[in-house]
Design a protein around this ligand. Structure first.
Ligand SMILES: NC(=O)c1ccc[n+]([C@@H]2O[C@H](COP(=O)([O-])OP(=O)(O)OC[C@H]3O[C@@H](n4cnc5c(N)ncnc54)[C@H](O)[C@@H]3O)[C@@H](O)[C@H]2O)c1
Ligand SMILES: [Zn+2]
Ligand SMILES: [Zn+2]
Length: 373
């Protein structure tokens, strides 16, 4: 069947609309009609060339939700009409990591970058003019329809509107978990969140829910600083230096208990500054991405050891999507988690490039493709 998608034809390049050909779902696969897809900064890394797709054309998008339209042969657990959130990392359920409940580290995830199927990187389900089209993290949610492995799908109840649940597929699980898992925010803590996008606004909510006394947002964009309090920030600053000064003010000169780095494009200096902002025994949760290549980063290693600091990497919030999706969904249903408020603007599938221009202009906390628009 044919479907309208937003693809990169080059990298660097811009997302452009194309009519792609979609294969039938095979065993353990489902064909999903997208309802919404969040526009995470990670897709933009492939457009700017910070990260390079392994195959072009490349269909972006990894934060989607939709309705199952077809189920592959001999495929258990899904039926036509099911509502699903697509999780950006697949979980095989059987590898060393999945066996320990660390599905976010599933060995299948290593293939997520390939553009092919997570379980078979040389195989594709989309094509354009006869050429295979890669799918971001095996999903490619910038598409009216997509075929995904059931390992990347989480079935959700039908009484919760699907549109905003798409955010649970990446940004919210990642940001919220950055605070409650990686940074281990505790009641009374002073926390700095660097960057108020989709990830940062969820990190702020996680820190506030965990009982932080001070949640200090850093963002160079004035609009972000203005809206930060809606998510639970207690104050906001344009620079990390000002935020660190304020954190020291609250902690008798010690520094933040944790700093969560959720800037759009990570620069080595962000890590240096974040490490300097935390107290003895404090943690920097590093969620943002700049490149997958090694980069020189200035760190005071003497102070890292003498002050017992931790620099902690974060992927998908360091919790299994099979835990985060139902928990976050329950919090959304009971009105404690703000999802609708995260979405500043919605776009149609042919406005993806505009959505990313708006992201760069600092106009959106999160931009979202609304397929029913
Ligand atoms: N580790 C993971 O599992 C994971 C998952 C999803 C996204 N990410 C990464 O997280 C990052 C954030 O994603 P997003 O979609 O929220 O991005 P975004 O662009 O929507 O938001 C980033 C925010 O950071 C701000 N910012 C830029 N430079 C800053 C600085 N020096 N100090 C403070 N704020 C600054 C921007 O103004 C913007 O408001 C990206 O690098 C993305 O690739 C990581
Ligand atoms: Zn993402
Ligand atoms: Zn696994």
């Amino acid at each position: 069947m044919k479907s309208t998608a937003a693809v990169l034809l080059t990298s660097p390049g811009e997302f452009t609309t194309a009519t792609v050909e979609l294969d039938e779902p095979r065993q353990n696969e489902i064909l999903v009609r997208l309802v919404a897809s969040g526009m995470c900064h990670s897709d933009d890394h492939y457009a700017t060339g910070d990260l390079r797709p392994k195959v072009l054309p490349f269909c972006g998008g990894h934060e989607g939700a939709g309705v199952v339209e077809k189920v592959g042969p001999n495929t258990e657990g899904f039926a036509v009409g099911d509502h699903v959130v697509m999780t950006f990392l697949p979980a095989c359920g059987r590898c060393f990591w999945c066996s320990q409940g660390k599905q976010e580290l599933c060995d299948n995830g290593a293939q997520a970058e390939s553009g092919g199927r997570p379980e078979d990187p040389s195989s594709y389900r989309l094509s354009l003019d006869g050429k295979p089209v890669g799918q971001m993290t095996g999903l490619g949610t910038f598409n009216e329809y997509t075929v995904i492995n059931t390992r990347s799908a989480y079935k959700v109840p039908k009484d919760v509107p699907l549109k905003y649940l798409s955010l649970l597929g990446c940004g919210v699980g990642t940001g919220y978990g950055s605070a409650v898992n990686a940074a281990d925010v505790r009641p009374g803590h002073t926390v700095i969140v660097m960057g108020l996008g989709g990830i940062g606004s969820a990190a702020v909510q996680g820190a506030a829910h965990a009982g932080a006394a001070n949640v200090i947002v850093v963002d160079p964009v004035e609009f972000k600083r203005e809206v930060a309090s809606e998510f639970g920030a207690t104050e906001s600053f344009a620079t990390i230096e000002e935020a660190a000064d304020k954190a020291r003010h609250y902690t008798n000169g010690q520094g933040a208990d944790s700093t969560i780095v959720t800037v759009g494009r990570l620069q080595p200096g962000d890590v240096t500054a974040a490490m300097e902002s935390i107290r003895k025994g404090g943690t920097v949760a590093l969620t943002a991405v700049g490149t997958f290549q090694p980069v020189a980063t200035e760190l005071n290693l003497g102070m890292l050891s003498m002050m017992q600091k931790t620099l902690k990497g974060v992927v998908f919030g360091n919790w299994s999507p099979f835990v985060s999706v139902p928990r976050l969904l329950d919090m959304y249903r009971s009105g404690r988690l703000k999802l609708d408020e995260m979405v500043t603007r919605t776009y149609s599938i042919d406005q993806v490039a505009q959505g990313y221009r708006d992201m760069h202009a600092g106009l959106n906390v999160r931009g979202m493709i609304d397929f029913e628009k």
